[in-house]
Design a protein around this ligand. Structure first.
Ligand code: FES
Length: 99
């Protein structure tokens, strides 16, 4: 996994948002996050948020524009990026979220 650190913004009132690209692109050369099992990553992040009782939610979206570097996860607004995420990376991502 590659991490591009950002300023992770959250308040105690509003949940942090963890954006996971689940887009599936069709075609023999069409790499995509969803084609690399990013739904499982989103599920694991949701489970981790629940078990850690974090004030955060997962939002599944269709493409972050970095398809060749996927699966991609991002904290919004303006937070860290995580490229080439694998299911075993979710604890590290949540460690960043927890600060
Ligand atoms: S398919 Fe995930 S960034 Fe485009």
């Amino acid at each position: 996994m590659k991490i591009i650190a950002g300023k992770n913004v959250s308040t105690s009132d509003e949940p942090a948002v963890v954006v996971v690209c689940v887009n599936v692109r069709i075609g023999p050369r069409a790499v995509s996050c969803g084609g690399s099992d990013s739904e499982a990553i989103a599920d694991a992040l949701e489970a981790g948020i629940k078990s850690r009782d974090l004030n955060a939610r997962v939002e599944r979206i269709r493409c972050l524009g970095m398809c060749a570097k996927g699966p991609n996860v991002r904290f919004v607004p303006g937070g860290s990026w995580f490229n080439e995420v694998e299911p075993g990376d979710t604890d590290t991502i949540l460690d960043h979220l927890a600060g």
